[in-house]
Design a protein around this ligand. Structure first.
Ligand code: UD1
Length: 420
């Protein structure tokens, strides 16, 4: 089985450029459908979720080219509106195509995205938002069939939760709807801001992104666009956690530290020295290990991101003291806990709460990633552990880390990928 082999215990040192943000580029790739022309995305990370999105675009009739980190999508001749089951299953967030396909073709036929490794992931808010814009949604034999009648019409959409995906779906459909759409209680995540900027670069009128009210004036003429995807704040949080776990210092460039200030605040509280500039962050961990940091609750942006919970937990396994995590976003997001415990961590998890009591040392062990960021966490823990850790489940990790081995190696880590 393919795995990473990581020998821990070496302090990290060096500089790494953070790749483009997965959660920005996926809705942007869906958004390319809105324009009957060419979109070029730069800084597009080489991830399996991106491959799945490109496969969906090709299936729909787009011409897609990829050269290193530049992806070109020509959506002039979209001929289909369905996403086959196997592509839906590749990536839960393929549901983000729904709003864009509907806006472009007037109908959409996708399979229901099932629950995934983080627990049930309902899409009721996505569907309610599309219905507000005039879509009719029908479920038939595991498929979701959407039609729009004559046209989509702008409307007021009040989300009961600031769902990232529902906000994105509503924005994409609203670009193709006649009139003005106001999305209230919208998600405020930086990826929403990035998506809005991309939409504006193709001529859409979007404003208010980053606040809880996003306004879209639909049906403005769209044109070809070229856009650079922002750096991935969760990858940055992972590498910061790696330095915190292994000790040492590193400079991360290409991501905006103001987008992960809640993570930086906790690392500082734990004893890391952190200096920020507009597109770079420097971390130094001489006081090794970190101290426990009290209580960490995951929350919508600008709160502490659920996606950074596993990696920070891994960094705190060898802390002095105790940290309590409360996972408020997803039901089943502690699957890394048992694996960390195999390495000697002392973590008790029950329901949405996990209590991490720092131990003096972790020891390398065979561990398995069950989800993407949980996989990142195992690599972080391994870097601070004595001896060799083997991490399997790389299919999860490849969904969101484009160059984990190269980047950590550049920081001096002993990590290699073994392909069996
Ligand atoms: C996105 C991110 C994911 C991140 C999450 C929260 C992408 C591709 N993924 O996922 O990495 O962990 O935001 O920051 O951008 N909910 C409902 N009904 C819905 C939709 C969501 O009840 O229709 C609930 C979810 O179960 C969850 C909460 O709302 O408890 C937040 O989910 P949401 O913001 O929608 O996450 P995603 O967009 O799926």
């Amino acid at each position: 089985m393919d795995h990473y082999e990581i020998r821990g215990g070496t302090p990290l040192s060096g500089r790494v450029e953070i790749h483009g943000a997965k959660n920005s580029v996926l809705p942007m790739l869906a958004a390319t459908l809105l324009n009957h022309g060419v979109s070029v995305l730069h800084n597009c990370p080489n991830l399996s979720d991106v491959d799945a999105s490109l496969a969906i675009l090709r299936h729909l009739g787009c011409r897609v080219e990829r050269e290193e980190d530049r992806v070109t999508v020509d959506a002039a001749s979209v001929t289909r509106w369905d996403i086959p089951d196997h592509l839906m299953r590749e990536m839960r967030s393929s549901v983000i195509f729904l709003g864009a396909i509907l806006a472009r073709t007037g109908q959409a036929d996708v399979s229901m995205p099932g629950g995934c490794e983080l627990g049930p992931r309902p899409i009721d808010l996505h569907l309610a938002a599309l219905e507000r814009l005039g879509a009719e949604v029908e479920q038939q034999g595991g498929r979701l069939l959407c039609t729009r009648g004559d046209r989509l019409t702008g409307a007021e959409i009040d989300l009961s939760l600031p769902s990232v995906g529902a906000t994105e779906n509503a924005m994409l459909a609203a670009v193709g709807a006649f009139g003005c759409t106001v999305i209230r209680n919208a998600a405020r995540e930086p990826e929403i801001v990035d998506l809005a900027r991309f939409l504006r670069s193709m001529g859409a009128q979007v404003r208010g992104e980053g606040s809880s009210t996003v306004i879209v004036e639909g049906k403005t003429p769209l044109h070809d666009a070229e856009y650079r995807v922002m750096g991935d704040r969760i990858v940055a949080a992972t590498y910061l956690s790696a330095v915190a776990a292994a000790g040492g210092e590193a400079e991360l460039t290409g991501a905006d530290p103001s987008q992960f200030s809640s993570v930086l605040a906790l690392l500082r509280q734990g004893g890391a020295e952190i200096r920020c500039r507009p597109q770079s962050v420097h971390i130094r961990c001489v006081q090794k290990p970190l101290c426990g940091v009290g209580c960490i609750r995951t929350a919508p942006y600008p709160g502490f991101p659920t996606d950074a919970q596993p990696v920070l937990m891994a960094a705190l396994c060898r802390s002095q003291g105790t940290t309590v995590f409360v996972e408020t976003m997803f039901e089943n997001r502690y699957r890394h806990v048992d694996e960390l415990c195999r390495m000697g961590a002392n973590i008790r998890a029950e329901g949405r709460v996990a209590v991490v009591t720092g131990v003096e040392r972790l020891r390398g062990a065979p561990v398995q990633a069950h989800d993407l960021r949980g996989g990142g966490a195992l690599c972080v823990a391994a870097l601070g552990a004595e001896g060799i850790t083997t991490v399997t489940g790389l299919n999860h990790i490849r969904r969101g880390y484009a160059s984990l081995v190269e980047d950590l190696s550049a920081l001096g880590a002993e990590i290699r990928e073994v392909n069996a």
